[in-house]
Structures are given as C-alpha cells and as structure tokens.
Design a protein around this ligand. Structure first.
Ligand code: SF4
Length: 615
C-alpha cells in the first residue's frame, strides 16, 4: 500500500547539511501495523512529516519516491496533496493540546475535516462527528461536541484528535508517538481503540514510537532506525525474541526490568554521530561491541536474512560471520551490584506522617481564597537510609506535590499539615539554621534537566551555588576540589565544569543535575521522573549511575515515576498513589508481583509489556 524508495531528507544546520533521513526504504501492506522505532534524533518523525509533506521550510526532500497505492505523492502538486493529506493519509500527533484549535469547538473542528475530505455537509457531517466521538469513547457526545478543547482532559483531547483523523476514513494512518504524553491507563485505552478501529477499517498503520513495549503489543513488523537509516526490519516476534543488529540487541538489554535487578543495565557507550558528516563505514561502529576492523571503512547495506527480515550489519553481509552476537557489558561490570553494603537501619531516615497538602483557589480582583484543592489527602510512609522508595501513580495523583513538600518548595504556596520527621524533627516546623541543615540533607532532581539548569551560568557556577549557600564554611579551593571530584563521580570530564548547559546532551544535563544535588552531600534525593525525558540507552546510564552512587554514598531516593519497568529495577519499596492517597505500599516485589488493591492491579495491567529476549 505504501512504498517508500530511497527517501532522503536534509536540512541546513549550523555545522553544515544534516542528512536527517538517508536512503530510507520500506513497504507497508494494507491492514498492517508497522512500527518505526528508534531513539530521538534518528529520523523517525522527519520520515512521518515527509510522508505528509509537512516538513518545516528549512527541511527538504532531496531524493526518493513515496508511493501510495502506486501513485508518487512527492510528484503531486500541493493542491492535490491537500486532498491526500487528511483524506487518504491521516496523522495523529503526540501532543493533542497543540494540534487542536483552542478557540474552536471540538465538533466544528471535526465537521470541518469531514466537509473538507468527504461529500457530507451540515447535519449529516455533524451526525457523523457525534458518531465518531461516541466510537472513540467520549461520553455524552451530543453535548460534548459543542465544548472547547480546554474543557477536556489530555486523554479526551487525544480521542478527539483520533475522531477527527478517522472521520475522513483515511486508507492509511500515521500515529507519531500517539500515547507518549498520556498515563498508562489512558495509553492502554487509546492503543486498544486504535487497534480496534484499524481492524474495522482495514487501514495501514505506521506507528512511530520510542517505546518498545508499545511496539510489542501493537505491531506486526518493526523497523529500527539509527542515525537516519533503517538498520533492522523484522516481524515483531523475530525482533523481540532474537534481535540481530548489535544496536537492537544493546537497546533491548538496556531496558530496566525486574529480572535485571541487582546488575548494571547494559548502557550503550557514546552518542549518536553527527549527521553532517559523510560516513565511510558503519554509523554504529564507534559504539559497537562487535565492531570489526573493516566496519570503519565499509558501508554496510541492508542484507536480507529471511522473508521478513533484513539487517544492516557487516556481520551478516556476504562472507560475514553470520553469527548472532550478544554484546556484553565489560566483565567487571557484569559481576553485579553488591547490594549488601546498603544500609538497612530499623529507624527511618524520613518518616512522613499523615501528610496533607491543599492549595488555595483564589478568585476575583482581590484574589480572595474561595476554596481549597486537596492535592494530598493524608499519606504516611517511611524512607530507610540508603534505600529507594518508588512513588507511582497517574499524573495528577499528588506524587510530585509530595516531593515538592518534602524539599520545602511549597512553603507559602500551600497549606501543609502532618509531619515529615527527619532525625526526629518535623521538617515543616523548622526555621533558621535547622531548616538550612535540612535543605542540605534533602535535594531534588527534576524531569527536565534543561529547564532546571540556569542557561547563563557555567556548570561550575551552577554546582558551586548550592555549595556556597549550604556550606558557607568552605573556601574556594576546597569547593573546586569537591566539584572536580563530583564531576568525575557522575561521569563528566573536568573540562565540562567550564561549559554552559546548552553544550550538553539530555543525559549529560541530567548528570549535571545529579551532581548539583550531590554537591551538598544529601542523605535523600527526591528524583522526580529523572529519566522519563531520556532515551532508553541514556536512561540505562543514569539508572546505573544512581545505583552506583547509592552503593558508594549510601544516599536514599524517593523515586517518583510512572515507568513500572524502572520501578521494578530500582525500587526497594513501592507506594501506589491514587487521587491524593496511598492505596497500597510495601516491598517492591510484593506490590508488583502480588498487588492487593484493585487500582494497583489495573495500573499494572495497563502497562505494556514485552517478553525480553535472554540475550
Ligand atoms: Fe557493529 Fe560492524 Fe555491524 Fe556496524 S557493521 S553494527 S560496527 S558489527
């Protein structure tokens, strides 16, 4: 149905021409779900936008053909392409909030799409819009069709987007990270819905995602992209059971899971190469544990290994080794984490007792308090020294509010009741020197390392700031010595201290944020979704680093996350939250393997899972 031949997409970057997509070839059948996966910057979304001819002005298609049932869409004049776009090919974007027009009622937006691409008008178009809202699971569609997007939740907006896209009955659907912005339970609903609708309509579906577990549950075939090229195509079963390309194997080994507890994750060293260079050999060679001498000088082609499988790797090329390779992390690192060194004292480091947080709702010119919003409604838990407690639940359940309350970020903004006992004293009552000391003991790492680092300060100044405030006794020489050692501990070079945050990758910035938290030698770090903005291989590096620091320094973590794989891998204890309360808590394995509360069961059942190959 869709046949892409040798597609090349390029853009002008500061350092030269960036070849974002470099010779992509794939075919997708009618009724097939085909997943395009890869880490950020590998060219997936550029491919999707090229299919729709929606590339930004600075980006151009320099070569190739995109055939939709025999016709080359790249050759169509824009007027005809407009009918294809939204008519024959539909697209669902990652962020529904930015894809819907905020000043137009949702029904009008759907009716507009129907009128543009079908013969239906007026009442008939409206009836069809209501029907589609019902089909995507919007309750009371007759009433809600006249609402504006802001009155809908994130999941409902994504449903509206799906209704708007499918109401024109496209032959082919592109879903670009359709559930990345959603919670697991909503994600499950949306993926189930897409699967049902696709089956009913017999559409071709190109699913673009970085989430391999979603792929495992949805796709029939998978293509893995790396540095602008497809490097492996396989059926989903083949891909997850016996990945062939060394990068595919490394990626699957980097995923955190219960089975990998106590051993370091197989982080992939190095970074994706700049796409401004012209390559003489394999693009993965500098990071490949199986690289051979000629990998740096020979360009690997896609080699056909079976009816549904091809791989771009010289191990499988004509005359190649033809042996599946399983890149191991170095032997020393494979010996496993020695968790015996973890302190397990019977008295908790931090005891949260009946914590309640409520935010005042202000109205009118004088901003009088007209009511309260209860964000946290009485929660209690302990954190042991040197251990990790994971706080899980859907967004808006109050996890982040608890984290912020503990690090004293809500003082003056919310009413806080209950106690947070650190060394026997209540954090919420502390003032002056005692509060200063408590701030030293508890630090926080945020989800987005970029927005939490001051872009105008060098890394050294960023790290030194906290040290100066919380350790005023230290002189400049001692501060520098401490920070240089710290940079090494978190895997940054000393020179990195003299650079600005924008000069680093996402993973490196998160290392800086971790170094900033560690600079004052805290006993507890609140980690608020520290890896959710990172790619799998970088996530593995950060999780390994956090584990290593816990072993070496005995620091405890309150780990706030919605990623159950990460929880299984890192948490000693788990507390499950729903609507401001903890519904279940206990040792990690007990809660995750034998959940007692219905909500925990629902949450765990919604998590997409895959059977990991035992490579
Ligand atoms: Fe590794 Fe060589 Fe294969 Fe590239 S071609 S993935 S460097 S073995």
């Amino acid at each position: 149905m869709l046949d892409i031949q040798d597609l090349k997409v390029a853009l002008d970057g500061e350092a030269g021409i960036v070849r974002a997509v470099d010779g992509l070839r794939l075919t997708i059948q009618r009724g097939e779900t085909f997943a395009l996966v890869g880490e950020s910057g590998c060219g997936k979304s550029m491919t999707a936008l090229a299919l729709m001819r929606l590339l930004p002005e600075s980006v151009r298609i320099t070569a190739g053909r995109i055939e939709l049932e025999g016709g080359d869409t790249l050759a169509l004049p824009e007027s005809q392409m407009r009918a294809v776009r939204g008519g024959r090919i539909g697209m669902i974007f990652q962020e529904p909030a930015t894809s819907l027009n905020p000043v137009m009622r949702v029904g009008d937006q759907i009716v507009e799409a129907i009128a543009t691409h079908t013969a239906l008008r007026g009442d008939a178009a409206r009836a069809k819009a209501i029907d589609w809202l019902r089909r995507v699971g919007i309750p009371e569609p007759e009433r809600r069709i006249d609402e504006y997007p802001f009155r809908m939740s994130g999941g409902q907006k994504q449903r509206v987007m799906i209704a708007m896209t499918l109401a024109t009955e496209p032959d082919f659907l592109i879903a670009d990270e359709p559930t990345t912005a959603l919670d697991v339970t909503l994600q499950k609903q949306i993926l189930d819905l897409l699967r049902d609708l696709q089956r009913e309509q017999g559409m071709g579906l190109l699913l673009i995602t970085h989430d391999l577990a979603v792929v495992a549950g949805m796709a029939q075939r998978v293509a893995l992209m790396y540095a602008g090229q497809i490097i492996e195509v396989a059926s989903a079963d083949e891909f997850f059971q016996s990945p062939r390309h060394p990068y595919a194997q490394a990626l699957l080994r980097a995923l955190p899971a219960a089975a990998r507890r106590g051993e370091p994750l197989a982080a992939i060293a190095g970074t994706v190469p700049a796409l401004t260079q012209s390559f003489a050999g394999c693009r993965f060679a500098p990071r490949c544990a199986s690289a051979m001498a000629h990998c740096a000088t020979t360009l690997p082609e896609l080699t056909l290994l079976g009816p549904t499988r091809s791989v771009r790797c010289l191990l499988y090329a004509e005359g190649g080794a033809h042996t599946p390779v399983h890149p191991e992390v170095s032997k020393g690192a494979r010996q496993g984490f020695d968790t015996s060194a973890r302190t397990d004292l019977s008295s908790p480091l931090l005891a949260i007792q009946n914590l309640r947080v409520r935010f005042p709702i202000r109205k009118g010119l004088l901003q009088r308090v007209s009511g309260y919003f209860d964000a946290v409604g009485g929660v209690s838990f302990d954190i042991q020294p040197g251990q990790t407690l994971a706080l899980v639940g859907e967004s808006g359940c109050g996890k982040t509010t608890i984290g912020k309350a503990i690090v004293q970020l809500l003082r003056g903004q919310a009413d806080i009741e209950g106690r947070a006992l650190l060394g026997g004293s209540n954090l919420f009552d502390m003032q002056g020197d005692a509060l200063q000391a408590a701030r030293r003991d508890i630090q926080i790492i945020f989800q987005d390392p970029f927005s939490s680092l001051n872009p105008r300060m060098r890394v050294f100044e960023i790290l030194e700031e906290g040290l100066t405030a919380l350790h005023p006794d230290m002189d400049a020489g001692a501060r520098r010595a401490r920070l240089e050692k710290l940079a090494e501990q978190v895997g940054l070079r000393r020179e990195a201290l003299e650079r600005f945050p924008h000069e680093f990758s996402g993973g490196q910035r998160q290392r800086i944020a971790i170094a900033r938290a560690l600079a004052v030698q805290p006993k507890l770090i609140v980690c608020d979704e520290p890896t959710s903005a990172l790619d799998v291989s970088v996530q593995a590096q950060i999780l390994n680093l956090l584990e290593q620091l816990q072993r070496e320094l005995g620091v405890a973590y309150l780990f706030i996350t919605h990623n159950i794989g990460v929880v299984e891998y890192i948490a000693d204890h788990v507390a499950v939250m729903r609507a401001g309360r903890i519904v279940e808590q206990g040792p990690g394995e007990a809660v995750l393997q034998r959940p007692q509360h219905d909500y925990t069961r629902t949450l765990l059942a919604a998590v997409p899972r895959m059977v990991l190959a035992t490579v």
